[in-house]
Design a protein around this ligand. Structure first.
Ligand SMILES: [Mn+2]
Length: 291
């Protein structure tokens, strides 16, 4: 890897000072989000919210969403760490993150981010390897290919943005949005108070409450029922668990969406109406149908 910026197959031009400023402005807009109470976004009982799943650098799907959403609320998560085809490929998912940050700056009341395990790992320097690659290192290598010696300045702004993410969103009709929720093994470690405060270093650290929130796997009907009771919600809409077909329902209590490939989906929800899982699954739409 050289330190010199190279020609990139990405639209637009890059400037470390200007782009770092965009990321920091988006971070500030997240902290000042008018829906935010602690680490939770409280959605109103009017308007629409478009829920998505993991994005993993899929810039085409992000662009489709940006055109579709207009004045709707939109929820984005796990924007970084893209799937690469070969070992020589660069992870340029940073560009998707920058585009999402620009979108947040343009529509601060509509665009909302949620914390994810991949982004949290990037923030705290916890290595994630996938298919023999260390994706957290590859992400930074991608940023370095764009900004060269200015990389630390841009990475600091990336960390500011990731640290600003809330953990969850909830609707007046009992739907909870999050990247994941704790599995049965982690529930005893989980303090639901984390959703009501700015997550502390302990919360973000390995096996802290924010950590088990975004890393959760292997949910059971019983663990989801415990969480429903603890949080006062009816159902969960998450990402995190890969879905080749775009979505799946887990234990009649959790809907999992994926937006990171050509069969990726999105879900527009009318916030004024009560909803159940069956109705929600009928409203799921393929991103590919958007221009
Ligand atoms: Mn994940």
């Amino acid at each position: 890897m050289t330190d010199a910026p190279r020609d990139l197959d990405v639209p637009g031009d890059f400037d470390a000072a200007r782009d770092a400023d965009v990321l920091r402005q988006a971070a500030q807009a997240n902290r000042e989000d008018e829906l935010r109470e602690g680490a939770t976004l409280i959605f109103p009982n009017y308007g629409q919210v478009v829920v998505t799943g993991d994005l993993h650098g899929h810039r085409r799907n992000l662009e489709r969403l940006r055109k579709y959403c207009g004045a709707r609320h939109v929820i984005l998560h796990e924007i970084i760490h893209e799937e690469l085809n070969g070992f020589d490929d660069l992870d340029l998912s940073f560009v998707a993150l920058l585009e999402a940050a620009r979108w947040k700056c343009e529509f601060p009341d509509q665009v909302h981010f949620l914390q994810s395990n991949h982004e949290l790992a990037q923030l705290v320097g916890h290595e994630i390897s996938k298919n023999g690659r260390i994706v957290t290192a590859d992400f930074e290598a991608g940023v370095r290919s764009i900004y060269g010696a200015d990389t630390p300045r841009v990475m600091d702004a990336v960390y500011d943005l990731i640290a600003s993410y809330p953990l969850a969103g909830r609707t007046p009709h009992g739907v909870l949005f999050s990247h994941s929720v704790p599995g049965p093994r982690d529930l005893p470690l989980f303090d639901a108070g984390v959703l009501e405060r700015k997550p502390t270093e302990d919360d973000l650290d390995d096996h802290g409450s924010a950590y088990v929130w975004v890393w959760g796997r292997y949910q059971t009907p019983e663990s989801l029922d415990l969480l429903r009771e603890m949080l006062g919600v009816e159902l969960f809409i998450c990402g995190h668990q890969p879905q080749e077909e775009g979505w799946a329902v887990l234990h009649d209590r959790m809907l999992i969406l994926a937006s990171d490939h050509n069969h990726g989906v999105f879900l527009p929800i009318d916030l004024s109406k009560p909803c159940d899982l069956e109705r929600l699954t009928q409203q799921i739409r393929p991103l590919a149908e958007l221009a």
